[in-house]
Structures are given as C-alpha cells and as structure tokens.
Design a binder for this molecule. Structure first.
Ligand code: HPA
Length: 280
C-alpha cells in the first residue's frame, strides 16, 4: 500500500475522533507533565485514549495520561490533550507535532499550550507560572524541526514567520485572568532542549546567557506547527524547579520533583486557563 500523506493521516484521525464525539472544538489545550488533572473540570466530556486513534503518538512518560478529552469548559468547546509525546521518547518531530496538525485541520484556531519547565531567571521560584513571550529552538535551529522536508502549501508557507509566535492579545488575557485570581504571571523566553537529561550547571549558565528565562523539553515543535497553520498560541510554563547552576550544589532536579510541583501548580494553571477561556 502506498504511504499516506500527512494530510491523509490527519483525515483518518479526524474521522476517528468524529466517530467518538459530536463536539466541534474551536480551542485546543495541551497539558504538560503533572498538569493532566486540569482536564477533570471538562463538562460533557468524551474521552478517547490516544492508543485508539490512528497515527496518534502515545506518551510513555509518567505524569502524562495519554487521553484526548473533548468537551466544554467555561462555555467553550475544547479539545484537551492530557499528556503529549516528546522527541526524547524516540518519536520524530512529525509524530510529536501530528496532534497539532490534526487540530489545525479540524478548524481549531486557538491553542493553549502548557508545560513543566525549569526556571533559569534568578527571580523565578518553583510554583510560578510564566507566560511564554518568545522561544529559542535550540534543537530546531540546528536541523531537527517539524517543518523540514517537502512543504504542503495547503498547511502553510515554506518560510513561516515566527515573529510574535505567542499572541500578545491572548497573553494580555492570561495576565488579566491571573490578576483576577490574585496571582502574578511571570513572563519570559522559553528555550527548547531535547532532554531527557536535565541540564548540567554549565548548560544552565549557557542557556541563561542566551537570554532564556525557562528551559523545557516540549512545546516549541508544537508551536512551530501551530504557527505554520496560523493557529494563534498562548504558552504557559509551570516552573516546577529552579535550574541549578553550580556543580557543588547539594540538590539535583528530578522528574518526581517536576510532577509534585505540577500538582501544586494545577489549581493556579486552572484559574488562568479558565479565565482566558471565559474572556474569549
Ligand atoms: N529542564 C528541562 N526541562 C524541564 C525542567 C528542567 O529543569 N523542569 C521541568 N522540565
């Protein structure tokens, strides 16, 4: 059988989703490490395990539930990814970003992306939420990004513009939502690294020198594909740990710490996401 094009794969996946839900979502939401409980608030939810969708990458990481939840939140119809696949799991960039292609093809025009991240900015603390204002694609600039290869002009242009990749108007709504919930939202630049190792102290100092405020192992490939398709994006990082920049430090980052901090941040993240959805 000839290989399916990306468009044909998307069509098959969309057909499978439509067999499982009558909702027609306009907003996508990707929940990162430890943030899956945010989807518990979805009303009239149709739940589809990733493994039951053709072509959909299944996350193997603890803290990622691996289900699509389609339903309503704050009177908006949303498609929520409870967990995501990462490049470090062995998936290609095309596979990692396939769900975002599907969202774009379904007519979703707004994407809220969340992640867990290490805080590089000396003013950040574990438990903070940072609105992503811009990113550095350390992996992608050197040749590993989802837009490599033949370009389908029906998806987007060969040379997409990533200036203002993170929508300023959505960002303003996030700040308002946080303020209404009595919180201050940090903001800054997210640098994407492949992982799965946490950074060495020397790498932490390098990433800071590059101008990054937070570091993580996801989000940027997804945002790249979303912007290729002109989907507008809000990016929120849960700062789960403070990056350690000295070799003689007594502490070290761990995935358990990331998941535990995520749990603490869920109510805050939920307040911001709900506030943004309410204002849309
Ligand atoms: N580094 C990279 N990714 C992360 C971190 C970190 O310190 N914390 C959560 N995700």
């Amino acid at each position: 059988m000839p290989e399916l094009t990306l468009r044909q794969q998307c069509d098959e996946t969309i057909a499978a989703i439509r067999q499982r839900t009558r909702h027609t979502p306009a907003i996508g939401l990707i929940l990162g490490s430890g943030l899956s409980p945010l989807a518990d608030a979805i009303e009239n939810a149709d739940i589809i395990p990733y493994g039951e969708l053709p072509h959909w990458p299944v996350s193997t990481v603890a803290g990622h539930s691996g289900r699509l939840v389609v339903g309503e939140l704050e009177n908006q119809t949303v498609l929520v990814m409870q967990g995501r696949a990462h490049f470090y799991e062995g998936y290609s960039m095309a596979q990692v970003t396939f769900p975002v292609r599907v969202m774009g093809c379904m007519g979703i025009d707004t994407l809220l992306v969340t992640n867990a991240a290490g805080g590089l900015n000396a003013g950040f603390h574990a438990g903070d939420i940072m609105r992503i204002t811009d990113h550095i694609n350390l992996v992608g600039m050197t040749g590993l990004n989802p837009l490599l290869g033949p370009n389908d002009e029906a998806f987007g242009p060969r040379f997409p513009d990533l200036h203002r990749a993170y929508d300023p108007a959505l960002g303003a709504l996030a700040h308002e939502a946080a303020a209404a919930a009595g919180m201050t939202l940090r903001e800054g630049v997210y640098v994407y690294v492949s992982g799965p190792f946490f950074e060495t102290p020397a790498e932490v100092r390098m990433l800071r020198a590059l101008g990054a405020d937070a570091v993580g192992m996801s989000t940027v490939p997804e945002v790249t594909v979303a912007r290729h398709m002109k989907v507008r994006v809000l990016g929120l990082s849960a700062i789960t740990n403070v990056s350690i920049d000295a070799s003689d430090a007594e502490i070290a980052p761990s995935h358990e710490e990331v998941i535990e901090a995520g749990r603490v941040i869920v109510p805050k993240m939920t307040a911001v996401v709900r506030g943004v959805l309410r204002a849309l």
